[in-house]
Write a protein that binds this ligand. Structure first.
Ligand SMILES: C[S@@+](CC[C@H](N)C(=O)[O-])C[C@H]1O[C@@H](n2cnc3c(N)ncnc32)[C@H](O)[C@@H]1O
Length: 236
């Protein structure tokens, strides 16, 4: 279920070598409808929240994550911001006793893949369908009326190997599964394997994902679909 313990010690190095563009992600978050409270689903080591918290000082920011080792890094990174709160939780049982104007996931528990060629689809770090349903239900309960859910958009998955900043080589390998795919992540220093992680991802066709989210009271907003980084849902 999306455990990032093995990768945690190398996560920042890999991601800040060009895997994600954090300032661009936050540009789009802040360009959308205004919000006073925001929740990041699967905040990892807090790279997005750091960018957001340093730009927005007058809002309430919360992040949660399943992987304690990732959250430990986030806690250290974000300790300088008194308006950021972090929680160790699994989205399938999310319970924060609060509703948020905006909840978002970028590369966290759920995201969309849109390559402009194939039908768009949703990817989940949770392979089990019922567990996904519980997670969506829990998230929907944490969004305030008129609030939004934004799910990040990523490019297609492929097998590749690439050197990162310090010369280590990051690689990934994708294998199809009946309801999604398995992704293996590797980091090598010459002949030495530093990190290996394997996750089974569930996939859902775009229309099915929208139907499920609508059944939880979160309605797809096609007007916002041209935004590059996120797909938007609103709680009417
Ligand atoms: C690729 S990382 C993304 C982290 C962060 N959003 C970023 O952009 O750097 C995915 C994160 O989702 C978390 N995650 C996966 N499944 C989860 C679940 N069921 N509940 C909460 N967090 C989960 C993982 O622990 C990991 O930290």
């Amino acid at each position: 279920m999306g455990d990032y313990t093995n990768m945690s010690g190398y996560y920042d190095l890999i991601m800040t070598s060009g895997y994600y563009d954090y300032p661009k992600i936050v540009n789009e978050l802040v360009a959308g409808p205004g919000f006073q409270s925001v929740l990041e689903i699967g905040c990892g080591t807090g790279l997005i929240l750091e960018e957001l918290a340093s730009r927005k000082h007058d809002i309430d920011i919360t992040g949660f994550d399943l992987t304690e080792a990732m959250l430990a890094i986030a806690k250290e990174r974000l300790s300088k911001f008194s308006h950021v709160h972090l929680e160790h939780q699994n989205v399938t049982g999310l319970d924060l006793h609060q509703q948020y104007d905006l909840a978002f996931s970028y590369g966290g528990v759920w995201y969309f893949v849109m390559d402009g060629i194939n039908e768009p689809f949703l990817v989940s770090h949770i392979y089990d369908h019922q567990a996904n349903m519980s997670g969506w239900e829990r998230v929907a309960k944490h969004i305030a009326p008129q609030g939004h859910l934004l799910l990040g958009v990523q490019g297609p998955h492929s097998n590749y190997a690439t050197p990162i900043r310090n010369g280590y080589v990051y690689s990934q390998a994708i294998t199809p599964l009946p309801h999604g795919f398995n992704k293996q992540y590797f980091l090598d220093d010459g002949p030495h394997r530093l990190m290996e992680q394997s996750i089974d991802y569930r996939t859902y066709p775009f229309a099915q994902a929208c139907e499920i989210l609508a059944s939880m009271g979160l309605v797809y907003q096609p007007s916002a679909a041209n935004a590059a980084q996120f797909v938007s849902f609103v709680k009417p």
